[in-house]
Design a protein around this ligand. Structure first.
Ligand code: FAD
Length: 309
């Protein structure tokens, strides 16, 4: 069902950037998969976010925020509703207060990319975010997913988040938030209708050269283990407790298996890649076959880490 004309007119009125109608989601996800969203709006401040969410709630239309789309599978038939993207005004990065003992707050807009943020921190001699080198998400998406690598997660250096919903703006500090492996539970529970607009991290004063050396090491490690240059969303499944999903998939004989153009990477069995024209249906079928095979060979049921829109 597409949007009614009064909602379309209201969106055009409250959103200052051009509204994209029937926007192909394959352009907004790193898997390069997904049909058209009824509307895609790029929002520039908290007021616009509140107005758009409010309009959707009034009209009972579904909305969803996409960060950098690096953990999302969008459906082939598209999205019946409004996709929200945060604009450039949510990409700021600034140094905040000194907390003592070498700890410094960094304040950033939720749409700042981890790539730019890690580089900025290295330049400003601030350590703690090196683990995120090579994760292609935004800092807002990293909080919602509790992104992590090499044994460290974003929740370990989080100070607070700023968010808005249709009614209010709020700041939640770290102790208000509940994190588990690859999940901030607040955003699938009490705050599932909120948008993160800003994030504050606590980093440690260090030396730029040391930070860059660590980032270089981790980047090389990634390149040696993970496929590059192919559309993917990173790890497809969560690692079950105490074991790697990639190893279970490899042991089940599914490495390299494909459905259509969706393929289990030859390089890292927990990465599914799009060889060109993969559809969401191919990916879902591949997921189903891999889950079945892994269950048969190990008894473990793999749970997706990627989110289905
Ligand atoms: C090559 C590759 C390597 C990867 N490696 C890693 C890795 O090492 N570790 C890891 O943890 N992940 C990894 N990922 C997955 C992904 O990059 C992370 O999950 C990332 O944090 C997602 O950020 P995003 O901005 O792309 O979020 P999206 O994929 O756009 O969204 C993910 C979820 O967060 C929500 N969201 C995003 N921004 C906001 C916001 N501002 N407010 C409210 N909700 C929001 C979305 O609605 C959605 O529910 C990898 C992905 C790829 C493609």
């Amino acid at each position: 069902m597409s949007l009614n004309s009064s909602l379309k007119a209201a969106l055009t009125r409250v959103v200052s950037s051009p509204v994209l109608w029937d926007a192909p989601l394959m352009a907004w996800t790193t898997f390069r998969i997904g049909g058209p969203a009824d509307a895609l709006v790029t929002l520039l401040d908290g007021k616009e976010i509140q107005e758009v969410i409010g309009l959707c709630e009034d009209e009972k239309v579904v909305w969803k925020l996409i960060g950098r789309g690096s953990n999302i599978v969008a459906p082939d038939h598209g999205f019946n509703g409004v996709i929200i993207v945060l604009g450039d005004s949510f990409k700021y990065i600034v140094r905040g207060n000194y907390l003592g003992d070498g700890a410094v707050i960094v304040r950033c807009g939720a749409a700042a990319s981890l790539a730019r943020l890690t580089d900025w921190c290295a330049e400003k001699n601030l350590a703690g975010l090196e683990f995120a080198t090579g994760i292609p998400g935004s800092i807002g998406g990293a909080v919602v997913m509790n992104a992590g690598a090499w044994g460290t997660e974003i929740s370990e250096i989080l100070y607070s988040v700023e968010l808005v919903d249709s009614q209010r703006a709020a700041t939640l500090v770290r102790k208000d938030l509940s994190f588990t492996y690859r999940c901030c539970e607040n955003f699938s529970g009490s705050h599932r209708n909120s948008v993160i607009t800003g994030v504050q991290l606590v980093l440690k004063q260090s030396k730029s050269a040391e930070i860059r050396d660590e980032m270089k090491k981790l980047r090389q490690e990634r390149l040696s283990k993970q496929p590059s240059g192919m559309p993917t969303a990173g790890s497809f499944f969560k690692n079950p407790p105490g074991v790697s999903a990639g190893q279970l998939i490899e042991a089940s004989g599914m490495k390299g298996f494909s459905v259509g153009d969706a393929k289990v990477s030859e390089k890292h069995a927990n990465f599914f890649v799009n060889r060109g024209k993969a559809t969401a249906a191919d990916l879902i079928e591949l997921m189903r076959v891999v889950q079945e095979q892994v269950k048969k060979t190990s008894g473990v049921i793999l749970e997706p880490e990627v989110q289905f829109l």
